[in-house]
Ligand binder design. Sequence first.
Ligand code: ADP
Length: 598
Amino acid sequence: MMKSLLLLSSSFPVFISRSPPKPPNLLPSSKNNTTFRKLSLLITNNSKQDDDQCVDFQLIPQSGDVQVGDTHADKLEDDELTQVNLNKVPYNIVFVTSEASPYSKTGGLGDVCGSLPIALAARGHRVMVVSPRYLCGDERFAGTVNLDSPTKVYCAGGVQEVDFFHEYRKGVDWVFVDHPCYRRPGNPYGDIYGAFGDNQFRFTLLCHAACEAPLVLPLGGFTYGQNCLFLANDWHAGLVPVLLAAKYRPHGIYKDARSIIVIHNIAHQGVEAASTYCNLGLPWEWYGALEWIFPTWARTHALDTGQAVNILKGAIVTADRILTVSEGYAWEITTPEGGYGLHELLTSREFVVNGITNGIDITEWDPSSDEHISSHYTADDLSGKMECKIALQKELGLPIRPDCPLIGFIGRLDYQKGIDVILSAAPALLQDDVQFVMLGSGERQYEEWMRATEAAFNSKYRGWVGFNVAIAHRITAGCDILLMPSRFEPCGLNQLYAMRYGTVPVVHGTGGLKETVKTFNPYAEGEDEGTGWAFSPLTRECMLEAVRVAIKTYREHKTSWEGLMRRGMERDCSWDNVALEYEQVFQWAFMDPPYIIN
Ligand code: ADP
C-alpha cells in the first residue's frame, strides 16, 4: 500500500460547513452549468429506473426481521447470518479500489478486492470492480476490451476524458479506468523516486469515473443503475461517498444508493494542502467535510496555519457505514493509538462501524494444487511440505538441511511491519542453529540491511529484495515458521496463507493477527490447543522468546508441531462465510435511510 502523509492530530477535526482558508476556487461557472445540465439529463432519463428502485426496496426485510447492530463491537452471530441468508436480496455492488489482484497488487488490498467480489458474485449479487488500468499494454490487462464509452468527468480545474475497459471474469464485471496518468512505470502509487506527485489527481479521477460507471456502462446490455451499493476501499476511493452526498444526491441521483468506506489501513489518509480542494470537483460548501487541521507541533513554520484536506476523513464523514478488515482493528481505530487522528470522529460514528476478518482465496493459496510450488501436500499427507522446504533451500542456495528450522518473513519493508524489531533481534536469532529468509521491498535502509546480513550470515540468512508472488508462495510452503512482528496489522494475510500451508505463525498479538492466530497451549485440547504464537508487547526480547519457544517445539515436540500444522491447515478461512457477514452489513446499510449530514 502506498505511503502518504501519516497524520497525527491532537485536535478533533470537526465537520463544519465553512469555507476553505482562502477564497474558494469555485469551478468556472460554465463548467458548473455543464455538470448540472448533465445531472438533470440523468434525472430525466432515469425516472423509470427510480420506479424500479422502489420495487426493489420492498424486498428488503422490515426492520423487525433482522437485528440491527448498534456498536462496532457487535459480532455477527450464526443465527443472524442464517437470517441474512433467508432474507437474501441481490445487490448491485460497485467496488472502487486502487488495486485488484491479479490485475494489480502491492499488498492485502489487492488480494481482498481480487477475491471478495468473486465470492459475492457467486452468492447472486451483481458485482462490478472499478480500478485504474495501469500501464497500457500490460499483459495482465490483455483480456480487457475497450467499451468505447469515453466519459467526461469534472475535476482538477477542467474536463477530463476517461475510457473504460472491461472484462467479465468469474461472474464479476472488472472495469478499468483508462487515462494517461495511469500509464507509467512503477507500482500503482510510485516508482523508484518515491510516491507520484499527482496521486491526489489520479485517485480523484478514479472516484469520479467510478461514480459515472454504473450510470453509463451497459454491461451485459444493462447499466447497474442508481440503486447501487458502493464499497469504497481506503482513501484512494474515499471521494466516492463524498461525491454521492455532495454532487449527486442534491440533484436526485443516487438518492437510494448507499456507500460503505472499507478501511484496510488508516495510516494512509490522502492528505494534501488545503489549496488543492478546488481540484477535487466538489462544491465549495463541502470543504468542511474534508477539512483537516494539523496540530501546532506538526506545522512547518510560524505562518503555517496547518490547514489541509483529508480524503479519508471526508469518506468517514459521509459514508453510510464504515467497515474494517478485522473486529480488533475496528476497535483499535477508535483509540488515540490506532486512529491516526481520526479516532474521535470514528468514535462519534461507532454505531455504524463493523469489523469483518478477511478471508483468503483458497484456490490460489492451496498447497494441494499450487502451481508455484514443487510438491503438493494436504493436512492428511504432509510429506510434500518437506520436499517444498528442500526445494526452497536449494533455490536460495542455503545448506540443504531438512531438520533445521526454517523461518520466513514476507511483507513490505516498513516500520508498520516491525522490521526494526527483526533488525535488532536478527544477530541473536542467527546465533542459533536456524535458517532465516526474508522477502520484501520498501525502505531502502532495510533493503540494504538485508543484503548486508546475507553477506554476514551466508550459510543461514537470505534476503530477497523485490515483489515476487511466486517466491512468496514458495516461502510460505517451504518454511516451518512465519514471523510477523507487525506494529499494527488491520488484518494481515500472510499469517492466513501460512496456516493454510502448515507453516506455523509467530506474530505480534495486535489487530487481525491477534484475532486469527491462537497461541499454542499444550494443556488444552482440540481447537483450543492453538495454531501458533501471538506475543506481546512488541519488543526484541518478547519476539525472541516466542520464536525460541516455537523452535524448541519444532525440535523436541514433533507431535505437538504436527498438531499445530494440521489445526492451521484445517481452519476455515474461505471467503464464503466472510461474504455472508458482508451481506449482513449491506442489509443494515439499506435498512437505514441514506446518511445525511446536518
Ligand atoms: P499489507 O496489505 O499491509 O501489505 P497484508 O499481509 O494484508 O499486508 O498483505 C500482503 C500481501 O502482499 C500478501 O498477499 C503478501 O503475500 C503480499 N506481499 C507482500 N510483500 C510481497 C513481496 N515482496 N512479494 C510478493 N508478495 C508480497
